[in-house]
Design a binder for this molecule. Structure first.
Ligand SMILES: C[S@@+](CC[C@H](N)C(=O)[O-])C[C@H]1O[C@@H](n2cnc3c(N)ncnc32)[C@H](O)[C@@H]1O
Length: 281
């Protein structure tokens, strides 16, 4: 049986040069083994997947998952029949994706191609291919300047294709310090442009309005935006059994779609459609 790493579609092998500096090598285990399986992690996966699949064209449409990490979105999409390219600069995260793919049936593995590159270089790294959908979830907060990443994401979307971005919400940065009774941090957070995130890394925040404007300037028209989690961010819910975890996810999905709840989420999920080719000047 060949794992994704032995697959000709895996173009990441041999690119993990010593000293290349993988910022995610120390975070990959925490993220994959602790964040995803937590109740909040499961809410994130459930809610994002629902919101995304409502807009995605049916399989076998092509999907580029930029900063796709361990394949948390890519693998379920490949199981549904999508033709997925997972692009990520981190050898540690790609190794996690490879491990996960090795546990999938050959048919699913065969639908996923791994590419080691930064999102900013996605056009060159994918040979200028245009995809029916481009995802970029939980990455925008780790880049200092969103401009080059947004430009590359929009370039990789085919005419009338979908772009899906999940980013940190600059409008709600005061909530977490306030809930932790860090009042002075909460006060400064009203004017802050980022925060020290839960993984202990500094993160940068966006607003729906500014990110929408950036998409428009690259021929992508915003369609809809959602929250992703709310109560699971505010409460310690990890004692929940499977039944309660399901109930939480359903409540969070509903909250993610409605005002004022969606605007209170610590992250937002923005979807847009690339203009038709005749409309692109
Ligand atoms: C929080 S994880 C998100 C993984 C996945 N998208 C998800 O939603 O579960 C962030 C990922 O962004 C990747 N990343 C960091 N900087 C990036 C960049 N400039 N371009 C593309 N990916 C990047 C990291 O390697 C990591 O895998």
């Amino acid at each position: 049986m060949s794992g994704a790493g032995d697959d000709p579609r895996d173009s990441t092998r041999g690119r993990d040069e010593p000293g290349s500096g993988d910022a995610w090598s120390s975070l990959a285990d925490t993220f994959v083994d602790q964040a995803y399986p937590s109740v909040k992690g499961r809410v994130r996966t459930f809610v994002l997947h629902h919101q995304l699949t409502e807009q995605l064209p049916p399989p076998p449409a092509s999907v580029l998952d930029v900063g796709g990490g361990a394949g948390n979105q890519s693998v379920p999409l490949a199981r549904e029949g999508y033709d997925v390219t997972l692009l990520d600069p981190s050898p540690a995260m790609l190794a996690k994706a490879r491990e996960r793919l090795a546990r999938e049936p050959a048919m699913v593995r065969g639908r996923v191609r791994l590419v080691q590159a930064r999102g900013e270089d996605a056009v060159e790294a994918t040979g200028g291919r245009r995809f029916d959908a481009v995802l970029c979830h939980g990455v925008m907060m780790y880049v200092e300047d969103p401009g080059p990443l947004v430009a590359a994401l929009c370039d990789c979307v085919a005419a009338e294709g979908l772009l899906s971005v999940m980013a940190l919400n600059a409008r709600t940065l005061a909530i977490r310090p306030a809930l932790e009774r860090r009042w002075s941090d909460a006060l400064s957070a009203f004017e802050a442009s980022g925060e020290r995130g839960v993984l202990g890394v500094d993160t940068r925040a966006d607003t729906v309005e500014e990110l929408s404007q950036r998409l428009r300037s690259h021929q992508v028209e915003p369609l809809v935006w959602y929250g992703v989690w709310l109560f699971a961010d505010w409460m310690a819910l990890d004692a929940a059994d499977a039944e309660e975890a399901r109930a939480i996810a359903v409540v969070e999905l509903e909250a993610s779609r409605r005002d004022p709840y969606r605007g209170m989420s610590r992250v937002f999920h923005l979807l847009g459609r690339k203009r038709a080719s005749h409309a692109i000047g």
